[in-house]
Design a protein around this ligand. Sequence first.
Ligand SMILES: *Cc1c(COP(=O)(O)O)cnc(C)c1O
Length: 402
Amino acid sequence: MKKPEHQTGIRTLAVHAGEQPDPSTGASAPNIVMSTTFIAEPDASFSVEGLDEETPFIYTRWGNPTIDQLERKLAALEAAEACIAFSSGMAAVTALFLHTLESGDHVIVSDVCYAATAEMTSDLLPRMGISVTKVNLSDPDELRRAATPRTRLVYAETPCNPLLRLTDIGKVAEIAASAGARLVVDSTFATPVATKPLTLGADYVVHSLTKYLGGHGDAIGGALLGPAGELADLRKRVAIRTGGIISPFNAWLIMRGMATLPLRMRAHAEGALKVARFLEGHPRVKRVIYPGLPSHPQHDLAVRQMGNFSGMLTFQVEDGQAAAKVLAERLGIIHYAVSLGHHRSLVFYLSTRELLESSFRLTGEQLVSYREFAGDGVFRLSVGLEDPDDLCNDLDRALNHL
Ligand SMILES: *Cc1c(COP(=O)(O)O)cnc(C)c1O
């Protein structure tokens, strides 16, 4: 059978890329190959040094047919040369840091990003002798000022968690390149349906597959995408040796979820826009932030950079901490829980004071910008695939108890 071509539409790629019918049984759906080891040639090498594209499967930490299919599918969706899947999004971030950085290097990280990334860059990296500057990357001039000849990596997240503030990837890529640094974009909130950072000048893309790509809240996984040569090197030197690889079973679940990604993202975005508009008109709601709303401070950039506004929004109410209790008790459809990107809608309250103390520790203009988007705290709502009217009614019933 012929393979789908690179320029095939995203829905076709999501269904077919990376997969092929099993040559021995003709099975149309991919197998789950749970085997940890594979029958080897008597002259096979026991070292990863000689590993290349042609090496047969030897041991699942080195490579596995089911994981390989997931990696090929995601690479096709992101228009990437290569992909490595990991046991979690954070394992992917860790592997990238270990591969690209060494003692004495400088990294610029978005001042607001996924909490574990923020915590790792304020704690682990400095302990390894790597200096870190946190920058509000929604302002490219801040990046220009912070870059030094020692800057190796610029780490962006757009839309960023939990603010949904955006970074102009093309602009930031240009500045990073002229400073001699590589740009990595955590594109978990956007997904390749909305944005393909590599086509805008980024060097690497990171995903938590746990979120939209898996899409069903039943498997944790992560991925790193980028140039083939570098990723082959990273796989040998870091991924295989540090061992944060994904289970073939999770890879299979996530690949199954990815087949419907373009359709799900369309429904997530449509639902989120309806819910965002409803919340914007609700008397108990002070502020709604959603990239698809004209009221988003960077709506123009969202229109330019995002082919789909995704399903994440935040809203603010009076005394959010108290409201969190009411919502957790009163919501009937929407689960009060962390995580995002699932078919089930999820909501969680993120107090500004708490997040700033535990993760972000911002001061000055960065703090002002954070508060501009989040006030004292936000409800982060991941709009699922339920009927939007049911979600609005669920929220209305709970909010009217405030
Ligand atoms: C969840 C998340 C991560 C971490 O992914 P895990 O799979 O939980 O390790 C990283 N970045 C963003 C934006 C996320 O939402």
